[in-house]
Design a binder for this molecule. Sequence first.
Ligand code: ADP
Length: 210
Amino acid sequence: MASNITWHPSLSRKERNEYRGQKGMTIWFTGLSASGKSTVATALEQHLLHLGLASYRLDGDNVRFGLNKDLGFSEKDRNENIRRIAEVAKLFADSSTIALTSFISPYKADRQTARELHAASAAGSTDEPIPFIEVYVDVPIAVAEQRDPKGLYKKARAGEIKDFTGISAPYEAPDHPEIVIKTHESSVEECVAQIVEWLQAKGLIELKSK
Ligand code: ADP
């Protein structure tokens, strides 16, 4: 019955998080091509879902071919690519979802923009800012190049791909990432466990009993 519907003129993020029973946040993976961002982010997404926590991964497949299909790889387009990804991740996080992003995101300034967008999410409200957790997937380029699951390094070395991160374009490693994972030293499961333990220690996730 309509008369039983109660509503507020607006709903705060805190209230949304309480109704949903989890906190929204963005977990931003950055690292070289083939460092393991997608592999670990996918495993983390599955693990969080198994724990009963809504999570969703943005990656090249679901962003580059849709929202950002008008963008190329010039510096300006790369900046815009990351800006849009950050805005979308922020919206997912604002809806109490754990947004995972797996993009090389080689430039510090772009990642800083993403961080600042999240930090600014509390402006003008009583809400806390949306947490932004930068995960640096740190592997030596030699390891990434040896893995080369898509043959991209080989093509870049042959000059078939220009502006390839780590070969002919820079990768600017984060100075103060929240988490560093080393996929050449730890298994996928260990990397996922490391991130989950960090989130638990910071009180960002609580394990629900199913
Ligand atoms: P990125 O998303 O950073 O380009 P991918 O996840 O697509 O990287 O590829 C990483 C490759 O490294 C995959 O072939 C994966 O199987 C392999 N790999 C080996 N060990 C690990 C590990 N511990 N964590 C993640 N990936 C690993």
